[in-house]
Design a protein around this ligand. Structure first.
Ligand code: MD6
Ligand code: FE
Length: 213
């Protein structure tokens, strides 16, 4: 079938100018990435952050790298220390650096050295409401997003909150690279459906790499 042929020859999808979906790009590295997620989380455990409005996020988060993204009643920010332990965030594992660098190259961006990886863990029912990533200094540097485990529906909107969003299915091993003119688009994740992934279990793990500083 013509559509199958197209999938094999050109699996990547341009979501918008500056945003690409690299289907299955992290599949071969998934086991190593998951092992490293477990190691990071042993030192900086997943936690449900409180939003500035006082709500507990349904997604559990942790970080590795020079800084980490955190939220509490005083706002969203990057912090060099993990507020739960007072220690520095764990360093970014080599497997994380490799997938981030390879992904931006595959998406056509120039060399990339992320200084943070935010790790999101979704249990069934967890969701991320529509937002912009706007705590980073550079508003064009790409973000690399790696999906592992249960599938998700990614909401991909425009530059205004009220712009219509499209729904992009993301599966285990998919990578989204997002920069330049697409970097400030609103986006979110619909509630994760019940299920069990053979390697990851009843959860979705998402890695987002950024240059924050
Ligand atoms: C997630 N991702 O997929 C949440 N942000 O779990 C994000 O919020 C995100 O995937 C910026 C660029 C890509 C993303
Ligand atoms: Fe985001």
């Amino acid at each position: 079938m013509a559509s199958d042929l197209f999938e094999v020859e050109s699996p990547d999808l341009a979501l918008a100018t500056g945003a690409s979906l690299l289907r299955g790009f992290a599949l071969a590295e998934a086991i190593g990435l998951l092992t490293d997620v477990t190691e990071v989380a042993a030192r900086a455990p997943f936690r449900h952050l409180i939003t500035p409005g006082g709500f507990r996020m349904s997604v559990a988060m942790t970080n590795c790298g020079a800084v980490g993204w955190v939220s509490d009643r005083s706002g969203y920010r990057y912090d060099r220390a993990d507020p739960d332990t007072g220690r520095r965030w764990p360093p970014m594992p080599a497997s994380f650096q490799r997938i981030a660098t390879a992904s931006v190259a595959a998406a056509g961006f120039s060399a990339y050295a992320p200084d943070v990886c935010l790790i999101n863990r979704y249990a069934p029912g967890a969701r991320l409401s529509l937002h912009q990533d706007r705590n980073e200094l550079d508003d064009e540097a790409p973000i690399v997003s790696v999906s592992l485990g249960l599938p998700a529906t990614f909401l991909f909107g425009g530059l205004k909150r009220s712009d219509r969003s499209s729904r992009v299915p993301l599966e285990h091993g998919d990578v989204v690279v997002w920069g330049g003119p697409a970097r400030m688009r609103f986006h979110g994740v619909l509630p994760i459906a019940e299920g069990r992934h053979p390697e990851v279990g009843e959860q979705r793990i998402n890695l987002t790499f950024r240059t924050a500083l």
